[in-house]
Design a binder for this molecule. Structure first.
Ligand code: SAM
Length: 322
């Protein structure tokens, strides 16, 4: 192919639509229909997109997600494939429930960065919100620390009236354990669309809450990153960083170069305005012609990024790959 590298992109690969949890704002109220196995792309087919992208773009980062990525057998093989393609920055987002026993394998396959979703440190609330066990996720986080994963980021979706009393405790948990907590604004996607007005808490309010308990100093936003970062210090002198993903109150569409691939092969350029372009069939057969069509789809997907809202995404995050 005769195209030059023209800019950087990052890619989120959703390796499965399955998740053992049922977070109320993500899957509650709809019994998720599962894809038949033959519709789910093989890792090699996902790699066709990675290789095709590399022909025209610098692929800055690949993020492996789901559904729950650790429910897919052999996820470490995908990490290895990505390393073989010289992807320098590989990350995974997981609910952590199955992390403890596999974290060593993931590290050995080349994964260094891991994001663990954790909305509460209260076991009963965790069970109510997710249907899972808090101790399993905490065990996963401890195992990741022992395995030397770095950075480990904690993703907390802040839900007004549900876990907004835990903003400072979560930041403290991060400081005590050397983790970067990222406070995420809930997006009106999937079931969250219905309750968004009630649940939404803007990042500015989250910062104000933190500023009442910690010294907080804005550290800006790394190029292309979704999170604004702040340095945080507690009264005992412990310091670290927290992140704010303010997709709603401070949209960062202008800098966004993120693409998502669902596990059945839909390429999504924007969470807010795009249901995706079906490229699964093109990925199943790696030919020069198909790569050209894939690149057309990539350009269309990137072209749909804009600051214009509202969200029209009908799929829940477990289907898109959050
Ligand atoms: N199962 C993995 C996990 O739990 O991290 C990966 C998939 S999950 C869909 C990825 C992230 O999306 C989680 O941190 C979850 O809290 C977040 N998420 C789901 N629905 C969301 C919404 N409506 N707004 C913001 N974040 C959401």
């Amino acid at each position: 192919m005769n195209q030059t590298v023209n800019s950087a992109v990052s890619l989120r690969l959703s390796v499965t639509d399955r998740c053992q949890l049922g977070c109320t704002y993500c899957v509650h109220g709809h019994e998720p229909e599962k894809l038949p196995q033959d519709r789910v792309l093989r890792f090699e087919q996902m790699m066709t997109l990675v290789r095709t992208l590399k022909e025209c773009f610098e692929v800055e980062k690949v993020h492996v997600t789901g559904g729950e990525p650790l429910l897919r057998r052999g996820t470490e093989n995908l990490i290895q494939m990505l390393r073989q393609e010289s992807i320098g920055d590989i990350a995974m987002t997981t609910n952590g429930q199955l992390l403890a026993p596999v974290v060593g394998r993931l590290r050995d396959s080349g994964l260094r960065r891991i994001n663990v979703s954790l909305d509460t440190l209260d076991g009963e609330k965790f069970a109510r919100l997710t249907g899972g066990r808090l101790d399993a996720t905490l065990d996963g986080i401890r195992s990741a620390i022992r395995a030397g994963m770095s950075p480990i980021k904690i993703n907390m979706v802040v839900l007004r009236g549900v876990n907004d009393g835990e903003i400072s405790p979560m930041a403290r948990f991060g400081l005590e354990n050397g983790l970067q907590v990222r406070f995420i604004e809930i997006m009106p996607i999937g079931p969250a669309a219905e309750w968004h007005r009630d649940l939404f808490m803007p990042s500015a309010e989250i910062r104000r809450e933190l500023a009442g308990h910690f010294t907080l100093t804005d550290a800006g936003r790394a190029g292309g990153e979704s999170a604004g970062v702040a340095d945080i210090r507690d009264a005992a002198g412990r310091s670290g960083q927290v992140g704010f993903i303010a997709s709603i109150s401070e949209p960062f569409c202008g800098q966004c170069r993120r693409l998502r691939l669902t596990c059945d092969g839909r390429l999504i350029g924007c969470l807010a305005c795009h249901d995706g372009i079906a490229i699964g069939e093109l990925l199943r057969k790696d030919t020069a012609e198909n790569r050209r069509f894939i690149m057309d789809a990539v350009r269309d997907a990137l072209g749909c990024k804009s600051a214009s809202r509202p969200f029209t995404q009908a799929r829940p995050m477990d289907k898109i790959g959050g």
